[in-house]
Design a protein around this ligand. Sequence first.
Ligand SMILES: [Mg+2]
Length: 248
Amino acid sequence: MGVRKYHSRASKVELVKGRSAGQGDALPSRKGNAVLCDFDGTITVQDTAEWILDKHADGDWRALDELYVQGKLGLLECMREQFAMVKVDKSRILDELDESIIIRNGFPELVELCAGHGAKVVIVSAGLDFVIEHFLKKMGVRDRVSIYSASTVNESGPIGFRFPQLVIPGSITFKDDLVLQNKRIGYRVTYFGDGMPDAEASSLSDHRYAVKGRRLESELAKRGLPYVSFEDFLEILPSLEGILDISK
Ligand SMILES: [Mg+2]
């Protein structure tokens, strides 16, 4: 959603280096590995929801972002109101995104690596489900990953949303809720993200990857949590393989 524009204001921080697997201990997990990955800004370079709002919102969607940032509006309400301003049908949105959105290199290879190690991959996103589905199919990985996201409703007319229900008491968002759900049943969780909506989920995970120069990176540094920064999934495959190997 649009609020992610606030997250790009982060100042550059020193990268945390020297721990190739990123973090955590080397104890095996009881259940196996879960690799959770944000979509907008992480798998894609740009934020697709913000791109759509910039182009098609008929109203001041940025004012709603401001209310969200100030804590005066919840995330779900914010997104509902923003996307009620979009009156363009889904197929046209997808055609336009195809022309403009850049996919970060190497995600299919990451999925392949995880499959080879028996690790599950889940996309966890507050973005648009039909956009996520579209790009995963385009990359040829749709059948190998799960999606945990807001569900869009209404095939015609304004786009509406439903968010996943929180399961774990004390969860803040459905992203950190999903991390805790997986940890509760014994998965070792590795999290990939880029923005502040990933901060809690990433912090609670066993291993963390943060897109270089984005807001999540500076937030993890501020919290003193180890992470690996990346710009391209291919560059982190060796370190991810190390995690998957030790965590079986
Ligand atoms: Mg993101």
